[in-house]
Design a protein around this ligand. Structure first.
Ligand code: PLP
Length: 444
């Protein structure tokens, strides 16, 4: 048993103690340095120790560290909301601030349910989401999530949700099927699910615009989300897009859905919103949702102690101002193209890399035992865990995930470097990852 009183994720294993962070590097108590190529879990979009964000947090703490939203609003929450609305998909009018991704998903699920209650449609009780997805670890978010391994122990206590296929071209687009046909087939599957559940019973379809942690940066085929939006509209079903991981600039536009040419009814963001400087997440809501609640009960029946926390809002506001001032969305696109080329150069010839996919500075490599048949490694071999520990031993942070319990999908390694990364650091990250994958495969 390790010498700790903290309940860590792995109870038999004490991780290194992080003591400092600067730019793309974290240093531990032994003086070892780790190149943070995943921003933790796709969080640290400005890297560590950004002086502007730290100064904004100090200034806010000096002024006002906390005020409960049951009593007050704050200038900083109002300014952040105004900025988010001004840059959000058309029709967005309001923002609800929480402390992270799972809380934001929970709030979106409840807001969607309350919308229909206010409209006099209480029979709408059901959510449809996708397999191979992740929406968070609280019970509502876990229920809509489609990660079989995470759900399994808690399945008996989760609300009922229906899961349809993800948009996962590498694994599930059929031979001879065009991307458009594939996207339409998936939209038809969603429509069939809505009809099976009952067209007046479904509250919302929930999806990550670009699938993150569970399947490893699965990018939608062109037209998929347009077709999904049409299906939802036809049946009066809300569309909730979870951009906790892929949003706030990570894919090269502020919101990933901009590249799909659609607006969701509720857009959920978190990680890159505050860049890890403070815990913060948000739900961006369309006017008609807020109007229904305003005209109806006049109350959103939800809440937490730390809603709209002033220091978290100050950190997020500073992060978003830096992104705008320094032109970082354009930088994500430019640097992302270079990073993509580096990944192809390093891994195209590696027999155990089946797929390299991503957008902007959000990338994954999927590892397979056999490239031709796409056969994954046996999940029991836990290749992803070995890649992680080999990478840490080489001074590299990446975010590997395992295949699903049914063993149909492979292990993958997710990369989400900061928008301020240097090309030399990215090259070093790819080089170290190559070494870690080779060593882990040799070890399995
Ligand atoms: N939604 C998505 C798409 C995520 O990737 C995550 C976390 O990885 C969450 C929700 C949950 O966010 P949090 O861990 O901040 O609760």
């Amino acid at each position: 048993m390790p010498n700790t009183q903290v309940i860590h994720r792995h109870l038999h294993h004490l991780p290194p103690t992080a003591v400092a962070g600067q730019g793309m590097w974290i240093t531990d108590s032994e003086g070892r340095r780790y190149l943070d190529a995943s921003g933790g879990a796709a969080v640290s979009c400005l890297g560590h120790g950004h002086p502007d964000v730290i100064a904004a947090m100090h200034a806010q703490i000096d002024k006002l560290a906390y005020a409960h939203t049951g009593f007050f609003t704050t200038d900083v929450a109002e300014e952040l909301a105004a900025r988010l609305v001004a840059t959000a998909p058309a029709g967005t009018s309001h923002v609800y601030f929480v402390s992270g991704g799972s809380e934001a998903v929970e709030a979106a699920l409840k807001m969607a349910r309350q919308y229909f209650l206010e409209k006099g449609e209480p029979q709408r009780t059901h959510f449809i989401a996708r397999r191979q997805s992740y929406h968070g670890n609280t019970l509502g978010a876990l229920a809509v999530g489609g990660n079989a391994w995470r759900r399994e122990p808690f399945a008996p206590i989760l609300i009922d949700a229906t899961h349809v296929s993800p948009c996962y071209p590498y694994r599930e687009q059929r031979e001879g099927e065009t991307p458009q046909q594939y996207g339409q087939r998936l939209a038809n599957e969603l429509e069939a699910a809505i009809e099976r559940v009952g067209r007046d019973k479904v509250i919302a379809f929930v999806a990550e615009t670009v699938g993150g942690a569970t399947a490893g940066v699965i990018t939608p085929v062109p037209g998929y989300f347009k077709a999904v939006r049409e299906v939802c509209d036809r049946h009066g079903v809300l569309l909730i897009l979870d951009e906790v991981m892929c949003g706030m600039g990570r894919t090269g536009t502020l919101h990933a859905c901009e590249q799909e040419g659609i607006a969701p009814d509720l857009l959920v963001v978190a990680k890159g919103l505050g860049g890890g400087y403070q815990p913060i997440g948000a739900v961006l809501a369309q006017q008609r949702i807020v109007d229904a609640m305003t005209r109806g009960s006049g109350f959103f029946q939800h809440g937490h102690t730390y809603l709209g926390h002033p220091v978290a809002c100050a950190a997020a506001l500073a992060v978003q101002k830096v992104i705008e001032r320094d032109g970082l969305l354009a930088r994500v696109r430019e640097l992302g193209a270079k990073f993509e080329a580096m990944l192809h150069e390093a891994f195209d010839s590696r027999v155990h890399v089946g797929d390299i996919r991503g957008r902007g500075l959000f990338w994954a490599v999927e590892l397979v035992e056999d490239r031709a048949s796409k056969r994954p490694f046996d999940p029991a071999r836990k290749l992803h865990a070995k890649v992680k520990s080999r990478a840490m031993a080489e001074g590299l942070m990446v975010y590997p995930m395992g295949g699903t319990v049914d063993g149909r999908y492979g292990d993958h390694v997710l990369l989400a470097p900061p928008f301020v990364a240097g090309e030399t650091e990215l090259r070093l990250a790819v080089e170290r990852l190559q070494g870690a994958i080779d060593a882990a495969v040799a070890q399995t």
